[in-house]
Design a protein around this ligand. Structure first.
Ligand code: AQP
Length: 345
């Protein structure tokens, strides 16, 4: 059995990187898999309160991410959309995984180092344990495939290590309960060839990120056409025109990023974009990119606004999704607890 699970944090400023690197991939996978898409609100509160915005901010961002899933084309009836905190299995399994994962494994996580910054002592314990919760998100459903951007590759590798160690540590107990190969599958990342890593519009070496203090560094899904056009016009570039071949983009991070964004929006490869636009100045190419971005994002933006005008409807979708998610996760949790040796499950 194959199942897709992925999540997006409700930390505000959902951007083009989240959209192209994750959400559009979610939509495409619905054809071939049973999919569970989660608004990971428990993950959001691992960061500083200014980032997730306090209780009001969290509620509003949770609805915004849900609206983005729906507006992009996730089908909440055939598949499942819900918010993480409504399903206890995530927290419960994360605790068990905290006892499976080794401190040495977590110490290697680059996202923690980046997000905790210089004052690591002041980071929350939750931020440190973020990857064990992510492993629990996936494995509570015994999901086999996880669409993510490239930045999450290391966390997924950790989830596989946790699944494998659990399977080995509890091999006998799992076999006695009918799981001779271990209870957990080893989940595989699905990282797209295009848009796996969209970079900041102000710095081609940094990924586009919700928490970048400069709003000009990213295109938000809530930006209107004027804001999108302005951000693309002002995006950092070099003075050379576009090359006709991919090799010409080496050492030109900003140019490579804009070509990559165009390619992902047009559903082409970067090479195809260069065939068509090679030789163009940035003034010309940016105008074409702005036009394309507005054409693709305007309907998503409009649908998100329409959905967010009715928060009760969004909340009902999340509650229904959570109920269906529990139907999958709760029986799994009972087996997992029994395998570990907890009485009463
Ligand atoms: N720049 C990006 N390019 C491609 N994919 C990206 N993703 C994030 N940034 C890019 C993918 O979006 C999904 C959801 O991300 P998330 O919100 O759960 O976590 P994140 O990676 O921490 O997102 P941000 O925007 O970078 O937030 P901050 O600023 O808080 O760190 C994931 O699949 C991710 O790979």
């Amino acid at each position: 059995e194959q199942r897709v699970f992925s999540g997006v944090q409700p930390t505000g400023n959902l951007h083009l990187g989240n959209y192209l690197g994750a959400i559009t991939k979610f939509v495409a996978l619905q054809q071939d898999y049973d999919c569970i898409y989660c608004v990971v609100d428990l993950h959001a509160i691992t960061q500083d309160r200014e980032i997730w915005g306090g209780p009001e901010g969290l509620r509003s961002s949770t609805r915004q991410v849900t609206a983005a899933f729906l507006a992009a084309g996730v089908d909440a009836e055939k598949h499942i959309i819900f918010n993480q905190s409504q399903v206890c299995a995530h927290s419960e399994l994360a605790w068990i995984f905290n006892c499976v994962a080794r401190i040495g494994w977590l110490n290697r996580m680059t996202q923690f180092k980046e997000k905790a910054g210089k004052h690591r002592e002041n980071a929350s314990v939750g931020l440190y344990a973020y990857p064990t919760l992510m492993a629990a998100d996936i494995l509570a459903y015994r999901a086999t495939h996880v669409p993510v951007g490239e930045d999450q590759k290391q966390h997924l590798e950790l989830a596989r290590n946790i699944a494998q160690k659990f399977n080995v540590d509890f091999a006998e107990s799992a076999a006695e309960r009918g799981y001779p190969d271990g209870f957990f599958p080893l989940p595989e990342p699905l990282i797209g060839e295009t848009a796996a890593r969209i970079m900041s519009l102000r710095d081609g070496e940094k990924k586009m990120s919700k928490s970048d203090p400069s709003d000009m560094s990213r295109i938000n899904l809530t930006d209107d056409a004027d804001a999108i056009a302005k951000k693309i016009r002002k995006a950092k570039t070099d003075p050379e025109p576009l090359p006709s071949e991919l090799e010409g983009l080496e050492e030109r991070a900003e140019a490579r990023n804009l070509v990559g964004i165009y390619a992902a929006l047009a559903d082409q490869t970067s090479a195809q974009v260069l065939e068509e636009h090679g030789g163009a100045t940035f003034a010309t190419f940016k105008a074409a990119l702005a036009e394309l971005a507005i054409e693709k994002l305007a309907p998503v933006n409009a649908e998100m606004r329409r959905l967010m005008a009715d928060p009760g409807h969004i909340d009902a979708i999340l509650t229904d999704g959570a109920r269906r998610a529990r139907e999958i996760a709760d029986p799994n949790m009972n087996i997992i607890k029994d395998i570990v040796g907890f009485i009463g499950h």
